[in-house]
Structure formats: C-alpha cells, structure tokens
Design a protein. Structure first.
Length: 122
C-alpha cells in the first residue's frame, strides 16, 4: 500500500502546524503586553504616594502648590474672577424678591427638610 501525500495535504498540514506554533506565541505576547501595562498602571498609581511614604508627617502648609492656591484668599466672590478666571453674577436680589413674595421656598420644602440625607451617619 502506497501512502499518497499530495501537495494540498502538505500545504494544509503546514498551515495547521504554523497556526499551532503561532497561537501560543501570540497568546504569550498578549500576556506580556498585559503584564507590562499592569506594571505601568500600578507604577503611575503609586507615584503620588511615594512622597507621602518618604515623609513621616506631611502638613498642608508645607505643600507649595496648596500654599499657592490658598495664599491669596479671594475674599468676596467678585474677586474670584481674577484668581480663577470665572465670572460671578449676583442673583440674590431676585431670590430675595421671591422670598418677600412668599413663593420661595415652595410649599413642599418642610417635607424635604425632615427627610434625612441618605449618606449621613445619624
């Protein structure tokens, strides 16, 4: 009995062997990429806490960024646009008019005042 191994069968077997060899390599490279990404993410998440671990105690007045932000206190909201690049409009006149008319707060406001805030500990 003569074993016939045609060219088509040889090509099919070669493709199957190449796929069988390439699949574990692709899976291994994907696993390595995931591991590298995980290490990168863990490193970037741990970076802000490295300085805290080095200091025994950290005080807010020692943080230069915090001092720069809270140093020049804005005082009134009108002064905030210089520091924070925002605008402020006084709308309390219309609110006071609603209070004088008796329409603010509404008739259901006492109901909501009695309800506890869901996230507070009682």
């Amino acid at each position: 009995m003569k074993a016939s191994f045609s060219r088509r069968r040889f090509i099919a077997a070669a493709c199957a062997a190449a796929a069988a060899a390439a699949f574990p390599l692709a899976a291994a490279s994907r696993a390595l990429a995931r591991m590298d990404e995980k290490q990168h993410m863990l490193g970037s998440m741990a970076a802000p806490y490295r300085e805290d671990a080095a200091a025994a105690k950290r005080f807010p007045q020692q943080n230069s960024q915090l001092c720069a932000m809270s140093g020049p206190y804005p005082g009134l909201p009108e002064d905030a646009d210089e520091l924070f690049r925002m605008s402020w409009t006084d709308r309390s006149a219309s609110l006071n008019a609603l209070r004088e008319a008796g329409t603010y707060p509404g008739p259901r406001a006492p109901i909501f005042r009695r309800l506890p805030y869901l996230y507070e500990d009682e």
